[in-house]
Design a protein around this ligand. Structure first.
Ligand SMILES: *Cc1c(COP(=O)(O)O)cnc(C)c1O
Length: 502
């Protein structure tokens, strides 16, 4: 297939605004039988409209084709390979959607009396205990709406326990390979960040850690495997160093896909953990949501969890208990992103313990297979076998004239969503690849072949990389401007309006 052939049609589909014809209508409404409102009197002259809005005038099928064309321009895990490192963009089985859409779940109102939704409360309670079992924790809250909010909740819990002990500690230790949300969380919770460097094997430098901990250490935030896809095999010693100084251990569970059913954060010595349900337990995510970041804690932290908590009466009935004097308070409206929790529960129950273990095994196998296939042209900085993802360094490609960004953009022309670029920061020209367990060997081979072909293009046809992608509706963007001042507004007079920024 010609590169990008499947884009060509969407590329040429005119937008709805260009299909507008004066007088064309999608619906015919009867003439109104109530008096027209006097807008100027109601709103005042400053707000009242003086000219028609200038909406496109189109038939119903124009509208349908417009939105269908837009949906076909979108790229998702249902359309192709999405090896976005750290994000775990795995295929989401459709049975999860069916479960979450059952009327008894979908039509529940968050303010409905709790005795009218006993079934839903049972599912939430079983999700709490299942996640506790998977992570090795004693109590779980389903409230946080994402991993980052889980981190914030977890760090507030640590702070509450430290204060309850009558102590003040001001520093959180975070590795130099950490996800950006970790230091951001620490800062938002009012902590100073002390950065612990990576050692030559890509793990936490234990000697440096020993030098950093002291009476001001509130704790260490860590993900294991870390963002390089490497397992911290000195984790028990790391935990010991932090605990001996009176600090706590926070587990960033975004990489739990690698360890499901094999090893639990609770057994590695962690006191608090968040899990990204939308990553590990297969929920559609990307583009900013939706997510769910439940937090699990060891028993000593339970009194501080956000309320309300599910409480089971001697009769067996569940209800919400908000009588929690030591709680850090609510972190999200209602009871969390219940639809996401239900999808994740469906995923967990349909796999069972053996199925979840197989998820981790296959994710690790796929990552190591792909890493080996790429190794000749694209090395990893640390020559170790990896867990569920790996980070390539394109420093060699950069010397030959192509940056990690150029290679990533060119991959779009080959029909692949580009891997994460320039993260983690400890690797030069980083390309972070997470194949996940849901991709076939043929898909991984095609990806490896595409990267090999692109590597040859660097010398043969360098312009093809510099100007990629070529077959998308828009080409190389100024990414900072596109994110900060996106031009997504149409104006009636034709032409493109000046971008308006926040
Ligand atoms: C995704 C991710 C987070 C943040 O999780 P969100 O659900 O996106 O808020 C934190 N740490 C790591 C390592 C991640 O990959």
């Amino acid at each position: 297939m010609a590169v990008g052939a499947d884009w060509q049609q969407a590329d040429r589909t005119p937008l709805i605004y260009d299909r507008s014809h004066p007088g064309r209508r999608g619906v015919r409404l009867p003439a109104p039988d109530v008096p027209a409102l006097d807008e100027a009197a109601l709103l005042g002259p400053a707000l009242a409209r003086t000219a028609p809005l200038g909406l496109p005038e189109v038939a119903e099928n124009d509208v349908v084709r417009h939105y269908t064309a837009l949906s076909q321009m979108n790229y998702g895990v249902d359309t192709g390979f999405y090896p976005l490192g750290s994000c775990t963009m795995k295929y989401n089985p459709k049975v999860n959607e069916w479960v979450a859409a059952l009327p008894g779940f979908q039509r529940v109102h968050p303010l409905q009396p709790e005795d009218t939704v006993p079934g839903l409360l049972e599912f939430l309670a079983s999700m709490e205990s299942i996640l506790g079992e998977i992570s090795g924790m004693d109590a779980v809250t389903l409230q946080p709406a994402a991993g980052a909010q889980g981190e914030f909740t977890g760090v507030l819990l640590m702070r509450a326990l430290i204060r309850a002990r009558g102590e003040e500690r001001h520093t959180l230790i975070i590795p130099d390979s950490a996800h950006g949300t970790n230091p951001a969380t620490a800062a938002m919770a009012g902590y100073r960040v002390a950065v612990v460097p990576s050692n030559v094997r890509g793990g936490v430098d234990l000697a440096a850690l020993r030098g950093l901990v002291n009476g001001d250490t509130a704790g260490l935030m860590l993900t294991n495997p870390n963002t390089l896809g490497l397992f911290e095999d000195e984790i028990l010693e790391i935990a010991d160093v932090v605990h001996s100084a009176g600090g706590l251990l926070y587990y960033d569970g975004a990489n739990a896909n690698a360890i499901l059913g094999e090893v639990r954060p609770g057994d590695m010595g962690f006191d608090v953990v968040h899990l990204n349900l939308h990553k590990t337990f297969s929920t559609p995510h990307g583009g900013g949501g939706p997510g769910s970041g439940p937090v699990g804690v060891k028993a000593v932290l339970e009194p501080f969890l956000p309320g309300p908590r599910l409480h089971r009466a001697p009769s067996g009935a569940l209800s919400w208990d908000d009588d929690r004097p030591q709680s850090i308070g609510k972190v999200r409206s209602y009871y969390g992103n219940v639809g996401i929790v239900l999808r994740a529960l469906a995923y967990i129950l349909s796999h069972g313990p053996d199925g979840l273990r197989e998820v981790a095994h296959t994710a690790v196998l796929n990552a190591n297979y792909l890493r080996a296939r790429l190794a000749e042209r694209y090395p990893t900085r640390y020559d170790r076998s990896v867990m569920h993802e790996f980070v390539l360094t394109l420093a060699g490609q950069k010397e030959r004239g192509a940056s990690a960004l150029d290679v990533a953009k060119r991959l779009i022309d080959y029909g692949v969503y580009p891997p994460t670029v320039y993260f983690p920061l400890v690797v030069k020209e980083a390309l972070m690849v997470e194949p996940t367990e849901t991709e076939s060997k043929e898909t991984l081979d095609r990806f490896a072949d595409a990267l090999a072909a692109i590597d040859q293009e660097i010398d043969a046809t360098p312009d093809a990389l510099k100007t990629a992608p070529h077959h998308t509706p828009v080409g190389r963007l100024d990414e900072a401007e596109a994110a900060r001042r996106p031009n997504i507004r149409w104006s009636a007079g034709g032409g493109r309006p000046e971008p308006t920024g926040p």
